[in-house]
Design a protein around this ligand. Structure first.
Ligand code: GDP
Ligand code: MG
Length: 243
């Protein structure tokens, strides 16, 4: 498969995901092979475990695999943004690097974006049959309920890492740490519709979650206020003419 002109760039943000790399890379390749020319960009956000070694071993085998690295850990949103900036395809797919998102859903996301036409800016995976612990599911349900009530972004679940979007639309979004949790609302703010695909969640394969309750709660409330303000202050700039 040609890597010169990929039609789809898959971006995977990772921090300390040693043990989860090889199997996921193989699953992503299986999901995309024969469907679209693709590239796979792992963004290693200052991992201190064997993540880089595992990636380098695979990179020598697959021409379509790229590895970006932040010298210091800078967060999941920053990693996604670095990956999208480096992507060569007009369509970008993101997914988590811990194996919780099943790459088998990638073709459905990309097709929904393609068949939806130019009005659709982003297709969001919506998790069904969550495998997280009861407490984590409760946190997620409350966060999703509060967010959708405040932002009215019509989205049941924004916490799912599986998303497909137009690269040019993403690059227009205002950047902040935490951006990756608000993509449907921010893409709507740019005037685009959102598509949805139900995806079946899996348990984390190895390692531990990068987030605790407090990381998500306080920052989530602050970010929600910020995104609410961004939407309130949206202003469509009219067509400009030069006279
Ligand atoms: N680049 C980067 N990725 C991160 C960071 N925190 C989490 N991730 C990645 O984002 C994905 C989701 O994080 P995870 O810890 O599984 O969160 P959870 O599934 O919501 O508990 C995984 O692929 C992580 O490796 C970070 O600080 N930087
Ligand atoms: Mg996870």
């Amino acid at each position: 498969m040609s890597t010169n002109d990929p039609a789809v760039s898959v971006v995977v943000p990772v921090r300390n995901e040693a043990g989860n790399i090889g199997a996921l890379v193989a699953e992503i390749a299986t999901a995309l092979s024969g469907q679209w020319p693709f590239e796979l960009i792992y963004v290693d956000d200052g991992s201190s475990d064997g993540t880089a070694v595992e990636l380098d071993r695979l990179k020598s085998q697959h021409a379509w695999l790229r590895r970006l690295r932040h010298r210091q850990s800078c967060g999941q949103s920053a990693a996604v943004c670095s990956g999208v900036a480096a992507a060569r395809a007009p369509v970008v797919v993101t997914l988590d690097g811990d194996g919780q998102n099943d790459p088998a859903f990638i073709p459905a996301l990309v097709r929904t974006l393609e068949t939806g036409g130019p009005r659709i800016g982003l297709v969001a995976g919506q998790r069904v049959g969550r495998k997280a612990s009861g407490f984590k599911r409760l946190q997620s349900r409350i966060a999703n309920a509060v967010r959708s009530a405040v932002l009215r972004d019509g989205t049941r679940d924004t916490g799912c890492g599986l998303k497909a979007f137009r690269r040019d639309v993403f690059l227009r979004l205002p950047y902040f740490d935490g951006l990756h949790r608000f993509l449907p609302a921010l893409v709507r703010r740019e005037g685009y519709d959102i598509g949805y695909v139900d995806v079946v969640d899996r348990p984390r394969a190895h390692g531990v979650s990068n987030y605790g309750l407090w990381d998500r709660l306080w920052v989530g409330i602050l970010d929600l206020a910020g995104v609410w303000w961004l939407i309130r202050r949206r202003k469509k700039i009219p067509e400009t003419s030069e006279e």
